[in-house]
Design a protein. Structure first.
Length: 285
């Protein structure tokens, strides 16, 4: 790499917010066949307050790894701990919040009613729920739409609300699965700025799945580059730029150089992933 630092091994942390150890995931179809090896022996430590991006070709296991960290299902082997507690196929709503690509708002409730449900599920006192909801909506410029229904908001506005809901539950960790993928480039840039500001203000630990090279460079402290299936860590790239990050960062020569270097790392993996899609049960050596 010509810009930034590239690490082959996972970066260790004395007291990691998230520790992933030798995680392997195989999806077996009905009938007892071996199935598809999605992740192969992945290990990674993520420090408190760090923004880590998972970047790789389609089907490499990025979202699968995020779902395992979030406790949505158990890995075939290996283990994940969050704040020292083992994640064993069960969510930890006191520690982890999800922000998905698709809106997960209930359409028959207003925005603030959706927030109340999320806070109730987390166990927040009823007396705090509206104040916390409005504080989070204010942080993303959506406080004026608290009494609106999701259908009355644009896609970009709904994604701002989804981000605000992730803020309002006040977990230490946010797991984000391509939350801006459906947005136009301008909206993605603005929401990326908001997310960088959020990280600087709150010190949350964020793990972010994306296919956008520019988004990865602009947002991340570290970029975990993954191989084509089965997903393994190919390399880890450090982005040495403090938060919050201003749009001017994207105009600097080193920004373009890092983005180009990431593409060089991924080019062969993307071609391999395309070949594997034609033969789903094929396993890469």
């Amino acid at each position: 790499m010509t810009v930034g630092d590239t690490l082959i091994a996972p970066q260790a942390s004395v007291n990691p917010a998230i520790s992933i150890r030798n995680v392997t995931q195989r999806f077996a179809p009905a009938g007892g066949a071996d199935g598809v090896l999605a992740l192969d022996n992945v290990s990674l430590d993520i420090a408190p307050g760090e923004f880590v991006c998972l970047l790789g070709p389609s089907g490499c296991g990025k979202s699968t790894l995020l779902n395992i960290v979030g406790g949505l299902f158990k890995p075939s082997s290996g283990e994940v701990t969050v704040a020292g507690r083992r994640v064993d196929g069960a969510p930890h709503p006191d520690e982890i919040a999800f922000v998905f690509q698709e809106s997960t708002l209930f359409p028959w409730y207003t925005i603030i009613e959706n927030f109340r449900i999320a806070l109730k599920f987390q166990g927040a006192p009823k007396s705090e729920r509206d104040d916390r909801a409005m504080e989070a909506l204010q942080a993303v410029g959506m406080a004026g739409f608290a009494r609106h229904y999701p259908s009355q908001l644009s896609i970009g506005m709904r994604q701002r609300v989804n981000l605000a809901r992730g803020i309002c539950v006040r977990t230490n960790i946010l797991l984000m699965v391509e939350p801006f993928a459906a947005l136009d480039e301008q909206s993605r840039m603005v929401l990326g700025e908001d997310l960088s500001i959020l990280l600087a203000k709150t010190g949350k630990t964020i793990v972010f799945v994306t296919h956008s090279l520019a988004e990865a460079v602009f947002l991340s402290d570290r970029i975990v580059v993954m191989t084509a299936r089965p997903g393994r860590i190919k390399t880890i790239v450090n982005v040495n730029e403090p938060h919050p990050r201003a749009p001017d960062f994207m105009l600097e020569p080193r920004f373009g150089e890092m983005r180009n270097d990431l593409f060089a790392l991924l080019r062969d993996e993307i071609r391999q992933a395309m070949a594997l899609q034609r033969d789903p049960l094929k396993v890469r050596a």
